[in-house]
Design a protein around this ligand. Structure first.
Ligand SMILES: Cc1ncc(COP(=O)(O)O)c(C=O)c1O
Length: 485
């Protein structure tokens, strides 16, 4: 195959070749020295044909699907494939067919499938205990909370500049972590905390009557979860309408729209919740200047600023948080996380500044399972290993982005410019529904992808994904686009 060299990627810039103009173009600033990589000069046709047909499943697979669905609430659209196992970045179906998994379990399996060290950590913890309840102390939750805080201080985030030394003596102002079981619950907790912060401040300031600062601002295309609070901050009629009326007091602004922020974030606002990079909604990134404005507006109105980093955080961008490298003037009061924290074992967390935590007292929030010995042992194991992968994510993410960037030039009638950062990337398609068609076609050629929003194909593979796996996924995608063109 003929390759076009991208040349040496230097600190601070990533040159990506635009095929039409054959020019090098700086598309992103990078903070790390990436190595040389080459790009093909034309799209691959190797995977034009279907290799994993779905229309002639054997009778035993059809029976398996029937059994797997019969008593399950039918709220998920699933393809006619039964997954049986996984190893690394591959999964295998019940017919023994192999698929390259570029969904990462929807940005969850950061270390891939059946990781041996992870399995060992799980086995070892299972021999101690799995659950104790939050009526008692155990060692693991405190250790994971300390590691989350330590990495945030070292890597930047939550008001800490990169390289902040750990604080020695315990203080009232120490950041705090609340453990939940999912992303939704982390957001639900964050919204409750923001409401309590507003009430406590209202009372402390000696104001009379009911606290009027209870409103929440979220953004168009956001996804924060399906519980009533998190759903109320998820302005998608498909998800919200069947369950209305929702929690009162939620306002929707447009991402990166400064006028909306000035109009909607008022002294009645207790929280602003935003994904620094929206995942489900279509991989839209909040601009640095916009986040700074949000921070300023929250400072002036007294609203709590919440960054939902459930999908974009925990090294998916190559940095601990999507906001880690931004100036502290853009940082939030609360960060929510979940998905990859325990590589698929359910866990979520709310990380907050000390001044926010002070509003929460014994009994004001809680959970049975959250912060269990098992979840937090695994979280600690995973978080330490994810930090070591950050350089790889920057490099592989840059390569995936460069390869996807070629597609807009090769198939201008089908796709637009790639969006996102690191290993959370989105390829917008022209025309609604083409994205779902492409996901289906790729699966029938042995690569699992996700949609996002109405017209985007999303790439959130495990953080261990290799350059060769990127090549395979993109070549299959090119095979599909070649068929559609
Ligand atoms: C940004 C974001 N927030 C919240 C959630 C909800 O998390 P969970 O499904 O773990 O409840 C998701 C899930 O996709 C998400 O992407």
């Amino acid at each position: 195959m003929a390759f076009v060299s991208l040349g040496r990627l230097t600190r601070g810039s990533l040159a990506v070749v635009s095929r039409t103009a054959s020019l090098r173009r700086v598309v992103h600033s990078r903070t790390r020295l990436a190595s040389t990589f080459s790009l093909p000069s034309k799209p691959s046709t190797t995977y034009a044909d279907i290799s994993h047909p779905e229309d002639n499943a054997p009778a035993e697979v059809r029976k398996e699907i029937e059994d797997a669905s019969r008593f399950i609430l039918p709220v998920y659209a699933r393809p006619p494939v039964v997954l049986a196992s996984g190893k690394g970045n591959y999964v295998f179906d019940s017919q023994g067919r192999k698929y390259l998994d570029f969904t990462g379990g929807i940005a969850v399996n950061a270390l891939g499938h059946s990781d041996e060290q992870f399995a060992k950590a799980m086995y070892e913890q299972a021999q101690q205990f799995i659950h104790t309840s939050n009526a008692f102390y155990h060692r693991n939750a405190g250790a994971l909370a300390a590691e989350i805080v330590r990495q945030t201080q070292e890597q930047g985030g939550l008001g800490f500049a990169v390289g902040t030394p750990p604080t020695d003596a315990p203080s009232q102002n120490d950041p705090r972590v609340f453990f939940s079981n999912s992303g939704t619950e982390a957001n639900e907790g964050a919204l409750k905390i923001a409401r309590k912060v507003a009430k406590e401040r209202w009372i402390a300031s000696g104001k009379d009557g009911e606290c009027s600062q209870f409103r929440v601002v979220s953004f168009a295309h956001a996804f924060h979860g399906r519980s009533m609070g998190a759903l109320s901050a998820t302005p998608n009629p498909k998800y919200q309408a069947p369950f209305a009326p929702l929690v009162p007091g939620f306002d929707v602004a447009r991402l990166n729209n400064t006028e909306d922020v000035e109009r909607l974030v008022t002294p009645d606002t207790c929280a602003v919740i935003v994904e620094p990079i929206q995942g489900e909604g279509g991989v839209f990134e909040a601009e640095e200047g916009f986040l700074k404005l949000l921070r300023e507006r929250c400072n002036s109105t007294g609203a709590v600023l919440i960054f939902d980093e459930i999908q974009c955080g925990l090294y998916r961008t190559g940095n601990l948080w999507a906001h880690s490298k931004l100036p502290v003037e853009c940082h939030p009061d609360i960060v929510t996380m979940a998905k990859p924290l325990a590589n698929g074992y359910p866990v979520g967390a709310v990380l907050m500044r000390g001044n926010i935590a002070q509003a929460m007292t014994v009994g004001s929030h809680g959970t049975t399972f959250g912060g269990s010995p098992m979840a937090t042992a695994l979280g600690l194991h995973v978080l330490r290993r994810l930090q070591a992968l950050s350089g790889d994510v920057l490099e592989t993410g840059a390569y995936l982005e460069a390869r996807l960037s070629q597609l807009a030039a090769w198939y201008p009638e089908l796709v637009g410019p790639v969006r996102g950062r690191g290993l959370i990337l989105g390829l917008p398609f022209k025309g609604e529904g083409t994205n779902a068609k492409v996901v289906e076609m790729a699966r029938q050629r042995g690569v699992l992808l996700l949609t996002a929003g109405k017209d985007v194909v999303r790439f959130v593979p495990s953080l261990t994904v290799t350059g060769a796996e990127v090549d395979h996924a993109v070549e299959v995608l090119e095979g599909c686009l070649g068929r559609l063109a």
